[in-house]
Each structure stands twice: as C-alpha cells, then as structure tokens.
Design a protein around this ligand. Structure first.
Ligand code: PFF
Length: 453
C-alpha cells in the first residue's frame, strides 16, 4: 500500500487489492465447505443453483459492499455508519457478531487442516485409515488443541501487524492451489469412479432440484455468501483502500471467477475419489475433503509430500480468510473503544477461541454453528446491506459505482434494479427457508445429539 494524497493508504497496485480480496474469499469455504454442501444437497443440482447464486446474487451484492467501502474509506462498522447513518449503525454490530460466530468454528476446521499437515508428514492417516483418522482428530482434545494453535496463528499475525506477509503468501498461494489441485484433479480423472462422479457432480437432475428446492436454495445462498465473504462487511473494508479510478465491477468479477474456479476444481478432486472408494458422497459430511484426499494420497507416489504441500496450502488459504474475519471485530474494537491493536486482538481472539471450544465436542456442533452462520446470519446481513444501500441511499451508490468507469450506458441502473428487487426477494426467500431448515435441524439431528448425552 502507498499513501494517497488524502493521507490514507490505498493499494499500491490493483493486483494488491484483488489478491487481498481473493485471499479472503478463497479458503475453507471452497475447499472444505463446498464439497460437503454438494454431497449433502444432491450433487449437480446444488452446483447449478450455487453457480446461479454466485453470478446473479453474489456478484451484485459484492458491488454493494465495494460501493460502501470505497465511498467512505472506512472499515465494515465505520463504513456502514458513515454511509447510511442513523439506525443502520447497528448493522455494524451484526457484522461484528457474525465475525465472532464464523471464526469460532472456522478455526476448529482450520485446526483439522493443521492436523492433516502433520498427518501427511508422518503418514499416520494412511496407516490408520482415512475415516478413522478423521474421526479421531476432528473432536475432543485433539481438535481443541489444534483449534488453539490455529487461533494463536491468527492472533499472532494480526497482533504483530504482519498481514502484509500474508498478502505476499496469497500471491504464491493462489497459483500454488491451482497447480496442486490440477495435479490431483488429473489423478482423480484416471480413477475408475471418475465417470460416475462427473455425472453426479456436473450433470444436474432437474427433477431432484424441483423436489428439493426448499433445502437447496438456502444452502446455495449460504454457500454463495460464505465463499465470497459477503454479508458481514469484509468486502467493505477491503474496498475502502481502493482508489477512484478503479473499475469496481471488473475487480469484483475477477474475485468471483477465481473463487468459483477453485471450488469447482475441488469438486473434481473429491468426487471421483469418493466414487472410486465406493463411498456415498453425502456420508462423510464435513469430513468429505479430508477423507477423500487422504484416501487418494495413500495411492500416490510421493503421496506424503503432496499431502504436506496440499494441506499447507489449504492452511494458508484458511489463515488469510480467518484474518479478514477477525479484522472486522478488531478494527471495530480499536475504533469504538480506542483499545490498542495488540490488546484488542489477544482479547478478541481468546473470546473467539472460547466460543469455538464447544464445537469440538461433536461433529454435529459444526453443523449447528455453520447452518446458523451461513444460512441465517450472512443472508440477513446481506438483506440489510442491500436495503440500506440500494433502496435508501441509491443515489450515493450509483454515483460511487460510476467512478473509474468510462462509459456505463445504463448498466448502473440495471445493477440497481437487480439488487433492489430480484436479489432482495431471493435473499428474503432464502432466509425464510434457511430459518425453517435450521429449526428442522434443531428438532432432528441436534435433538438426537442432545438426547445421546
Ligand atoms: N470466504 C471464506 C471462505 O470461503 O473460506 C470464509 C469467510 C471469510 C466468510 C470472510 C465470510 C467472511 F466474511
């Protein structure tokens, strides 16, 4: 970053901004969450809905956050307060709450990834069997310790202010992910179950979609927001560093394309492996990526080395996303209460660790936090943001969107109306269905878990 004439830092290069935004977007959402959502929602029927959400809802919603960020030059909480003022300032409080909840279980899953870096190095999951290994490290003391280590890394990076280091790591990470994943996808292509997997993953069964749209729609909405880091102001913060000659739509489009590509590539690895091993893709749930990749690595020459590279890359991706999550909370504490960065980070990081601790009791706790956060909180955040920006302060938004654009020929109005009506309506329906699904989960799987205690 360099100092702009106004005295505030802006990204030194356009690529710096895109990398940071991609660093936030690409993470466990693509590599862990996406394949298990596909597995639980019937394969390609979900993929199609997810793609529709990313392009038709996520991309325009990302512009909403970009507009607020660049216009105000502030972080998530300050940005929405400055842009919309009045009661909308409480929306910032919701962002902070969402950041807390998401990072608390994100870190538990991040801890699993760290265990897989180790497990790849020692070859232990191959000896023990991929399913058993996941069962052991995903809950209990093992998981709690790894969760602590992951949070310590996040706290360390943010408190020491070495986020620049992470931005540089992202520069290496994105090509690394694509390269390693491409190798694994080619390997997966050679497997006997590949054909069956591709038809499951890529050729949508419209009948299934029609029968199950009530669970697929909120799942796709949740995944779309989660994966693009939308609904809690992260993209407001990043866009606050952008200069006015930047074309927001092109930058946003670049983020969306990279992010979606990595998710799709992940599926091309996971499903052929699961089908070849004869595993029902819905069965491993949140363990899908771990179990399937461990299975594959056992087969590969240099499997352990590839495993270390693979999971280290995933860990870096997870860290860069986690940093964007905690940053929303930390910058709020600094602005609001004038606390020093280090103190704020240690205090908040510890609180997030404690909130995440119960997640290590049982895998069903991951679902509890995750469904609540992605399908309810993020979608709610998105609805409120869109309402404030596109309905109440539309003039400002249109004005800001137009900066850095040579000729708009009316596209700005198209964007406005897409966001105002279809995006909002779809999000409202998704929220309703998401709440319904969450209640069903509470009465079903979760009640069962409570009874078993
Ligand atoms: N987008 C990140 C991922 O896909 O892993 C997770 C995330 C980061 C969600 C930041 C929400 C957020 F605000």
């Amino acid at each position: 970053m360099s100092n702009s004439s106004a005295g505030r830092e802006t990204w030194a290069t356009r690529i710096g901004f895109i990398l940071a935004a991609v660093g936030s977007a690409v993470g466990l959402g693509n590599i862990w969450r996406f394949p298990f959502q596909v597995g639980q929602n019937g394969g390609a029927a979900f993929v199609i809905m997810y793609l529709a959400f990313v392009v038709l809802i996520g991309f325009p919603a990302m512009m909403v956050e970009f507009v607020v960020g660049r216009k105000t030059g502030l972080n998530a909480v300050g940005g929405i307060r400055e842009f919309a003022g009045g009661r909308w300032k409480y929306l910032g409080g919701l962002f902070v709450f969402i950041g807390f909840v998401i990072l608390s279980y994100y870190s538990v899953v991040g801890g699993w990834v760290l265990r897989y870096v180790l497990g790849s190095a020692t070859g232990r999951y191959m000896a023990q069997g991929p399913g058993e290994y996941f069962g052991q490290i995903s809950v209990g003391m093992d998981a709690l310790l790894a969760h602590a280590v992951f949070m310590l890394l996040v706290i360390g990076i943010v408190a020491l202010g070495v986020k620049r280091g992470i931005e540089i790591a992202v520069k290496i990470m994105v090509p690394a992910i694509i390269a390693i994943f491409a190798v694994l996808a080619v390997y997966a292509f050679t497997l006997s179950g590949a054909g069956e997997a591709y038809s499951y993953y890529l050729s949508p069964d419209l009948g299934y979609l029609l029968d199950n749209w009530q669970s697929i729609v909120p799942a796709a909405a949740g995944q779309g927001f989660f994966t693009l880091s939308l609904g809690m102001g992260v993209m407001i913060t990043y866009a606050s560093y952008l200069s006015e000659d930047e074309n927001l739509a092109i930058d946003g489009g670049t983020v969306v394309v990279f992010n979606t590509g990595i998710s799709i590539l992940t599926g091309l690895i996971v499903f052929p492996i699961l089908f070849t091993a004869g595993v029902d893709p819905a069965a491993p749930g949140p363990g899908a990526i771990f179990v399937s990749v461990a299975e594959a690595l056992g087969d590969l020459q240099f499997g352990r080395l590839i495993g270390v590279l693979f999971f280290t890359t995933v860990a870096i991706a997870a860290l860069s996303s986690a940093i964007s999550l905690i940053e929303v909370v930390v910058s709020y504490a600094i602005d609001e209460f004038g606390i020093a960065r280090e103190r704020a980070t240690v205090f908040i990081g510890t609180a997030i660790f404690l909130l995440g601790a119960p997640v290590t009791i049982d895998i069903v706790m991951v679902d509890l936090y995750d469904i609540f956060a992605a399908q309810i909180l993020l979608v709610l955040g998105g609805i409120l943001l869109v309402t404030a920006v596109a309905w109440i302060y539309a003039d400002k938004a249109i004005d800001e969107l137009g900066k850095g654009v040579k000729s708009f020929s009316g596209l700005d109005k198209v964007w406005l109306w897409i966001v105002r009506i279809p995006v909002l309506v779809v999000l409202l329906v998704s929220l309703y269905l998401g709440i319904d699904g969450f209640i069903e989960f509470l009465q079903g799987d979760f009640a069962e878990f409570l009874n078993s205690l």
